[in-house]
Ligand binder design. Structure first.
Ligand code: PLP
Length: 484
């Protein structure tokens, strides 16, 4: 009885807004939580309207909506009841041998555990500051787009991507990343990760060799290994990946900011890679995942800009420039590849969600994207500067920052050997240190971590470096006493 009166009470307290929706929400929640039981009689619409001080039409509309949704049944001359089938049935017991994943699936899930993507801790890597995202502008643009939707936009979309979105992206890439492209070369995707998997699937035969950088983005490694490719990692120096000496079908590079170390590939290195691609009739995938965030004088232009023979496939994502939850990315492909890739796209998963493309197109063309990027670049540059200053105070001889001029994170090397004790101790203090070693495809592995800063306030950065220093001191003193 107590429970029921609290249901009606919570309903009568909500005085503003659409009362039908409110009534539906309260009743639905009560049914789902088991506060109203299957088969239980509900008050007549007249009685409930009286109790709540609202019109009978309101209660009738709510009852009708809940009946259509399957939460209620109404029996002529008998009344209104909570529907019988709302209680979840117990699962049937499992019969037979347990099903196992394929060997590909098992290899994938055997990797180290993923971090909780919903929790941003210091120094979570690779995430933009979503608190600084202009949600009000985004909501206005979304509303405008939704109000002007045509019925055709509700159909299956163009497998290549919404024309106005490709046009806006092409304009933006030409101006700010100096990518050499037209809208007809752009193919929209749900993520760079999807692009990598898709390119691996469509361009590589099992057993083909793919050149990667010696430390490499795990998502790319997964995509290529799952396609049965053989990875041939190339050593890195401060100009990026060393020029290749062996032929291969494909190379995967991050020339803007090497992932994870952060160096920018030099112009001469870029030329050497392009010459290699011509010599061996190879493809280069340029993953420009965060090229926008460069804090030197000018952002280095894309590798694709220097490509005179259509060997480069350029990948970009909105995960860092807008927000990761949007799941929207794009690739720029040589014109002769477009029809085959678009054809394959249609067969594989049809297309990318039309509505988010429509919103992004308008967000870019109205200038909100450019001004958001300008603000974020300033914000992240200041945070990076602060982090670099603070890292100078780390105990002498313990860490070295890998030189870089951009990105949402820094890579630091631990100069005292194995990182696992520091990583574990930092984690107990709430500081996430993403290890470099699992990203190393050659040995010996690099000891160190990726340190994300973009999503952290100056206060959090200060606190986290203090904690990191405490851990470095503590572990160093333990090691000394071991030796004594
Ligand atoms: C090198 C690199 N490429 C691609 C991506 C992922 O982009 P998306 O979210 O579009 O899959 C990331 C994400 O951190 C990355 O670090």
């Amino acid at each position: 009885m107590m429970q029921r009166s609290s249901i009606w009470l919570s309903l009568s307290l909500a005085k503003r807004g659409d009362r039908v929706t409110q009534l539906c929400r309260v009743l639905r929640t009560a049914i789902e939580k088991g506060q109203l039981l299957a088969g239980e009689r509900l008050p007549s619409s007249r009685q409930l309207a009286n109790d709540l001080g609202c019109s009978r039409t309101t209660v009738e509309s709510a009852y009708q909506r809940l009946t259509t949704q399957g939460y209620m049944t109404r029996l002529l001359g008998q009344g209104s009841f909570v529907a019988q089938h709302q209680q979840p049935r117990p699962l049937p017991s499992y019969q037979g041998l347990p099903l196992t994943l394929s060997s590909r699936g098992q290899a994938l899930v055997a990797q180290r555990q993923c971090l909780d993507p919903q929790t941003i801790q210091p120094f979570s890597a690779g995430v933009p500051d979503v608190k600084a995202f202009p949600l009000k502008q985004w909501a206005d643009v979304t509303r405008e787009v939704m109000e002007n939707l045509s019925p055709e936009q509700l159909l299956y979309g163009d497998p290549q991507g919404l024309a106005e979105c490709r046009k806006a992206i092409s304009h933006y890439l030409t101006l700010s990343r100096q990518v050499n492209c037209t809208p007809s070369q752009i193919i929209m995707m749900n993520s760079s990760q999807q692009g990598l998997q898709w390119l691996a699937h469509l361009l590589l035969e099992e057993g083909d060799t793919i050149l990667t950088e010696a430390l490499c983005y795990q998502g790319a490694v997964n995509a290529f290994r799952q396609a049965g490719a053989i990875l041939a990692p190339q050593p890195l120096d401060n100009e990026g990946a060393l020029p290749p000496t062996q032929p291969a079908k494909l190379a995967y590079l991050t020339p803007g900011h090497q992932y994870p170390l952060g160096m920018t590939m030099s112009e001469s290195r870029r030329q050497q890679w392009l010459e290699w691609a011509v010599r061996h009739q190879s493809w280069i995938i340029e993953d420009d995942y965060d090229g926008e965030y460069h804090y030197g004088k000018d952002s280095p232009p894309s590798l694709q800009r220097l490509d005179r023979t259509q060997k480069v496939i350029y990948l970009g994502t909105f995960s860092k420039t807008l927000f990761p939850g949007i799941r929207l990315a794009y690739m720029v492909v040589p014109p002769f590849l477009v029809p085959q890739l678009v054809n394959a796209r249609q067969r594989l998963d049809s297309h990318t969600a039309v509505l988010s493309q429509a919103v992004v197109a308008r967000f870019i063309s109205e200038g909100y994207f450019a001004s958001h990027l300008r603000l974020m670049k300033k914000l992240y540059a200041a945070r990076r500067h602060l982090l670099l200053e603070l890292l100078e105070e780390c105990p002498a001889g313990t860490v070295r920052v890998f030189p870089s001029e951009g990105g949402l994170q820094l890579a630091i090397e631990y100069l005292k050997g194995d990182t696992s004790a520091i990583t574990a101790a930092a984690s107990r203090k709430g500081v996430v240190l993403t290890e470099l070693a699992p990203l190393c495809l050659t040995s010996p592995p690099v000891n160190g971590w990726i340190i994300g800063f973009a999503a952290l306030s100056p206060y959090v950065i200060r606190q986290a470096v203090t904690l990191l220093n405490e851990v470095l001191f503590h572990v160093a003193s333990l090691n000394c006493s071991d030796k004594i």
